[in-house]
Design a protein around this ligand. Sequence first.
Ligand SMILES: NC(=O)c1ccc[n+]([C@@H]2O[C@H](COP(=O)([O-])OP(=O)(O)OC[C@H]3O[C@@H](n4cnc5c(N)ncnc54)[C@H](OP(=O)(O)O)[C@@H]3O)[C@@H](O)[C@H]2O)c1
Length: 141
Amino acid sequence: MTMTSKSNIKEFFQDQTIFLTGGSGFLGKVLIEKLLRECYNLTKIYVMMRPKKGKNAKERFDGFFDQPCFDLIKSKGINFTEKVFLINGNCEEPLLGLSETDIDVLKKEVPMLNLIRLSKKLLITFEPPKTFWRWPNKCQN
Ligand SMILES: NC(=O)c1ccc[n+]([C@@H]2O[C@H](COP(=O)([O-])OP(=O)(O)OC[C@H]3O[C@@H](n4cnc5c(N)ncnc54)[C@H](OP(=O)(O)O)[C@@H]3O)[C@@H](O)[C@H]2O)c1
């Protein structure tokens, strides 16, 4: 991309739904903040979280936006609650520990290109016609 060309990232994510693993990590939270700030025309971000340090996934998710990196989007009045949704999961479990309901939602709403993997070694592959998700039974992190 040249200095004068226009970024098409905002256009790419317009009306798109994303499934993000590793969203609670260093890069994940930066990415979520950036997407909410610059690509607010996206439809949804599903963030997969697991229980950790005595907190279940929902408790972690509920406190997620209290982190200082989200202060700027809060000051701009960006409403993250209508864009970012929790998916309970753990890469170490069969089928990522996802419920059948969540798998159905993700299959229906998230096109294959919109999987963003920030947890290590999570392998998800796709079968033709590439709209169908084929989940790994197990993956290492
Ligand atoms: N940071 C960098 O500068 C950098 C540079 C180049 C490449 N990378 C790569 O980018 C990726 C993300 O880096 P990061 O710095 O953001 O790492 P990080 O802060 O350690 O975050 C890792 C993320 O993966 C999640 N995760 C790990 N095991 C999981 C499991 N079993 N189930 C569900 N989620 C799991 C973690 O969730 P929990 O919060 O539940 O642990 C966390 O959200 C890594 O693959 C790293 O090697 C990072």
